[in-house]
Ligand binder design. Sequence first.
Ligand code: DGY
Length: 333
Amino acid sequence: MRPSILITKRLFPETVAFLAQHADVDYVQTADGLTSAELIARARGKQAIISQFTDSLSGEVIAQLKGLGMIAHVGVGYDNIDVAAASAHGILVSNTPGVLDDTTADFAFALLLAAARRVREADAFVRSGQWKRWSLELMIGHDIHHRTLGILGMGRIGQAVARRAAGFSMRVLYHNRTRVASDIASNIASWVSKEELLAESDFLSIHVPLSESTRHAIGEAELRRMKPTAILINTARGPVVDEAALARALSEHWIAAAGLDVFEREPEVHPARLACSNAVLAPHIGSASVDTRLKMTMMAAENALAALTGKRPPNLLNPAVWESWASRPEGAG
Ligand code: DGY
């Protein structure tokens, strides 16, 4: 019998067609996706779901996904999924690491450049007809080259950002709970304490996943430690930064500017942030290139189909569940 898969919201046609070659697909074609109640109802009788960032797969929701074997998530961050609850219910969970590192690092740099050189303000200035003459101080911004870039969270994306900084002759510092052993990290960046990172960075780029230990890792105390000329970049997760504190930091000039792709309560944006001319804002599009978004969905599809055909999904977040599937008398299929 063909397995049954729920796709919780709009996906690329290529990915839907690929899944449909191997499984019966229940496809939610809307960009809004499903409410939790709708998701629970639609997941009934399915062996796998292809989930996205906006699906809230809390412990309460997962407890009601009876009979489900696999959540194949499109994305590297999975703070919307209670993986421990999934494990407790014997549900495999996978994500899509690696394929989006360079694309997200490119975008972190795009925000960094735009915030430092006031690209958003300059564009609005020209379009609104305010440009009357060239002058020395017009839209004067901050240099990037030879400045210090601080990276909070030196995983794959943090390292990709550090590699880009070499092209701008930047000094790169990073802070991670543990020093990163890889040669790449140690050749391109130096580990410092979080306090040093905050005090020394001209640009601070956040690349930690969201967890209880990183929620509000950048709050009032941290923002006050930064240079008044510093620029904060966040392409990781909104709640890593205390938005109310950041709004004050920007309006009272504790720091110079920010480039933000993620927010505490997406798609809501703190009203004070919308009013700040020294913030460049984007709607969570760090990994949004045509190639990368397609790769992410195909990777999720491959993870789901692997599990449903008895093969170990390559990007499992809870491999212990797979071990217990594989050791069942009937095997993993
Ligand atoms: C990711 O992959 O985590 C992106 O932020 C989209 O969810």
